[in-house]
Design a protein around this ligand. Structure first.
Ligand code: NAP
Length: 492
């Protein structure tokens, strides 16, 4: 089956209006790290603008700004903090189309995905505006009766936030929202591929009333040393990281030097289980979301389709039909349903994972090779009969490739699903609710989509087990990640 693709002229985007200087202490300033860093449109492979390159000294200036702003911000009334976040939510919604176009330019994702991301991202500001005024402690009597036990949640302090390119708005607001709500100040280091979205958020927060220094944003061509300098500054008390497990492991080691509190949202290898009693149409709907949202560039993306053997052929055929009907093209073209991947390295990785699987015996039903056109395009691809030793069963694909294998029994399905070092999310489709809950409980994952292909929700605790991370974002848990617990033994 072939895949429909589309060549479209790039719409005129006012790149000159973008702010790409460092945002430190409520002011724009150039970076001292080196020449500005090109930002590339993945739809064409061409640079469309550049951002400042922060030096380690710039990063420490950002820490100083955050540290200076901390006393006043942590003493600001929760209601006031809440109202600023609420206003930021409103501004994001007012500017949704502009922000979505920006995300699509930087990241390549299709406009509907970008619009969805802006809405999702804004919701973190709304949710944490509501959490800011509900940070309640506890009061109890010591069992011996001698004193009271008073427990408070206090802001942890200056927080370093490091985010990836795949959700440039949502991964930032999921951290900035709870940090500000708790009374912390922060330095955000966004991914180099998608810096403008982060700077646009900084502008929105300033306009919403976030005081100078509460949110600082720096971009750099030297992520390692720049982040390391901040993690070794004793004024920093928190690292919140979203990105690959490989970089996460490295940062955990760095953070150990100062015994920093760490929240880590890392990679995934999600199994997508379909039992033969499932509603297959619903499973296909869920598969399309779990696989194709953001063109597969999501930590929650279904990575291993595990289908009960009796329905596997039918499922593969119908999934290929649906994936093959998606129009591939520049993300910002309104007709596009699957945009380009973020960069050339992403294409190489996907290509090599598919090649490896095919070499080991997998069959290609749809797509299978990068598209020969400017930009970074990999077509929707379905491979089936993927053997257990294929790399694609162990590694995050991060692309529009559905890798299908089969199972016979419930026990085998669970064993296959758990056979990975990752544990972010799993999906289960079955018509039997008791089986669904039984299997969900046995899956080694922080989250389960039970008869659902989408779980992300600012009101729910997002996060993984095993090597997919530490801590949770969203829900009430999200604000507690930016708090220290203070216990006061009081006699009165
Ligand atoms: P990445 O390579 O780990 O980069 C993430 C961030 O870390 C970027 O800002 C990057 O900066 C920075 N970074 C890279 N090397 C660093 C170092 N040595 N020290 C400090 N910072 C460093 O991940 P990515 O490719 O951007 O994102 C994809 C990964 O993120 C996938 O594995 C995905 O599963 C994961 N992810 C997880 C979640 C979740 O919630 N669990 C959500 C989204 C994505 P540069 O851009 O400058 O390299």
């Amino acid at each position: 089956m072939t895949v429909e693709t589309k060549q479209t002229a790039r719409p005129s985007f006012d790149a000159a209006s973008l702010r790409g200087d460092l945002w430190i202490g409520g002011a724009w300033r150039p970076g001292r790290g080196g020449d500005p860093i090109d930002v590339v449109d993945p739809s064409t492979g061409e640079a469309f603008a550049a951002v400042a390159d922060a030096s380690e000294a710039d990063a420490l200036d950002a820490v100083t700004a955050a540290h200076d702003a901390l006393p006043a911000w942590s003493a600001t009334a929760p209601r006031k903090r809440s109202e600023i976040l609420r206003r930021a939510f409103e501004l994001m919604i007012e500017r949704r189309d502009h922000l979505a176009e920006l995300i699509s330019f930087e990241n390549g994702k299709a406009l509907p995905d970008a619009i969805g991301e802006v809405t999702y991202a804004a919701e973190f500001f709304r949710w944490f505006s509501e959490e800011a005024v509900r940070l309640n402690g506890e009061l109890g009597v010591a069992p011996g009766g001698a004193n009271r036990i008073l427990v408070q949640h206090q802001p942890i302090g200056v927080s370093v936030l490091v985010t990836p390119w795949n959700f440039p708005a949502a991964m930032a607001t999921r951290k900035i929202g709870p940090a500000l709500a708790a009374g912390c100040t922060c330095v955000l280091k966004p991914a180099t591929e998608t810096p403008f979205t982060a700077y646009a958020l900084a502008e929105i927060l300033a306009e919403a009333g976030a005081p100078a220094g509460t949110v600082n944003v720096i971009t750099t061509s030297k992520a390692g040393p720049t982040v390391s300098a901040m993690l070794h500054d004793p004024r920093v008390r928190k690292l919140s990281f979203t990105g690959s497990t490989e970089v996460g492991r490295r940062l955990l080691k760095e953070a150990a030097d100062q015994v920093l509190s760490c929240s880590m949202e890392l990679g995934g290898n999600a199994p997508f289980l379909v039992f033969d009693d499932a509603d297959i149409d619903a499973a296909l709907d869920g598969a399309m979301i779990a696989k194709m949202r953001n063109g597969g560039e999501a930590c929650t993306a279904a990575n291993r389709f595990l289908i009960q053997s009796g329905i596997a052929e039918d499922f593969a055929r119908r999934l290929a039909e649906r994936m093959g009907a998606l129009t591939v093209g520049p993300g910002y073209d309104p007709e596009t349903k699957c945009g380009p991947m973020v960069n050339a390295a992403a294409i190489e990785k996907i290509d090599s994972l598919v090649e490896d699987a095919v070499r080991r015996g997998a069959r290609v039903r749809l797509g299978g090779k990068p598209l020969d056109r400017p930009g970074y395009y990999f077509p929707p691809t379905v491979i089936e009969g993927v053997p257990g030793d294929a790399e694609i069963r162990r590694e995050e694909i991060f692309g529009p490739v559905a890798a299908i294998a089969t199972f016979e029994s419930e026990d085998e399905a669970i064993a296959l699903a758990n056979d990975t070092e990752f544990g972010l999310i799993a999906y289960v489709y079955t018509g039997d609710l008791s089986r669904g809950l039984r299997v969900s409980e046995r899956l080694e994952a922080g989250m389960v989509g039970l008869n659902r292909g989408l779980v992300s929700d600012p009101a729910a605790p997002f996060g993984g087990v095993k090597q997919s991370g530490l801590g949770r974002e969203g829900a009430h848990h999200g604000i507690l990640e930016f708090c220290e617990t203070k216990y006061i033994a009081a006699s009165w």
